[in-house]
Design a protein around this ligand. Structure first.
Ligand SMILES: [Fe+2]
Length: 240
């Protein structure tokens, strides 16, 4: 998202964030519109011009529908306008891969995509889902590009370089959580993120911002060495 010049100031070179939880009350993200506006104001001051916010769609915990997300997104847009903030807002979703979601990948016409044909999804942190390849195949066969949220956080990927490569070969796009670079999740996640950066595995950067604390940490993440080493030529943030 941002580069570092010789004085180590943050200089924006990517201005779109495509992973966050800024629609109030529908997942583990922000709770109120005020909180949302506070975060958006901060993101704008950091140089962001466009936010694609991505509430969880996780049937067991956050059974949000695409229509609910779109409606709430419209409301947030009004709040942004009322607050006089000049920033573009779009909505998509972060789909949690399970049997139910796989069915929707196969047949639903209402999937929330971004950038035309990208779909953000996440999986269990522990075990490789048995339906992972099937889900990727189904999306690809519909012309939808699967974007795996924060691959650096999955234990089953940390343990399998072969699977990291296999998914890349299956045209899965990897999205880095910038907070991984400051060790926000844990040391292993930070280490693995740096490894994936060295492999040039990432196509997208995201904040995965759930609250104001995350937004403040994001500013810190943008100044890390890890961010400095990301090959920015390969990123697609500006294309969506
Ligand atoms: Fe997320």
């Amino acid at each position: 998202m941002f580069g570092i010049n010789t004085k180590r100031e943050v200089v924006p070179y990517h201005t779109t964030d495509l992973h966050s939880h800024l629609l109030p009350g529908i997942d583990d993200g922000v709770k109120t519109f005020d909180e949302s506006i506070g975060i958006i104001r901060l993101l704008q001051s950091m140089g962001y011009q466009k936010i694609i916010t991505t509430p969880h769609i996780m049937p067991d915990f956050y059974p949000n529908s695409e229509n609910e997300i779109i409606a709430l997104g419209r409301k947030l847009k009004q709040e942004i306008k009322k607050a006089g903030i000049d920033i573009q807002l779009e909505v998509a979703a972060e789909y949690y891969l399970d049997e139910n979601i796989l069915e929707r990948f196969v047949s639903s016409d209402e999937l929330l995509l971004f950038g035309g044909n990208y779909l953000l999804f996440e999986t269990s942190y522990y075990n490789e889902p048995k339906i992972l390849r099937e889900a990727i195949f189904q999306l690809n066969s519909r012309g939808i590009n699967p974007v795996l949220a924060h691959p650096e956080r999955y234990l089953y990927l940390q343990a399998s370089p072969a699977l990291v490569q296999e998914l890349l070969d299956m045209q899965v796009y990897y999205q880095l959580n910038l907070l991984s670079l400051v060790g926000y999740y844990n040391k292993a996640t930070k280490r693995f993120a740096r490894k994936l950066i060295k492999m040039n595995a990432y196509s997208f950067l995201g904040s995965d911002c759930h609250n104001l604390r995350h937004a403040h940490l994001l500013a810190k993440a943008l100044k890390t060495r890890g961010n400095y080493y990301i090959n920015k030529q390969l990123l697609l943030n500006q294309a969506v």
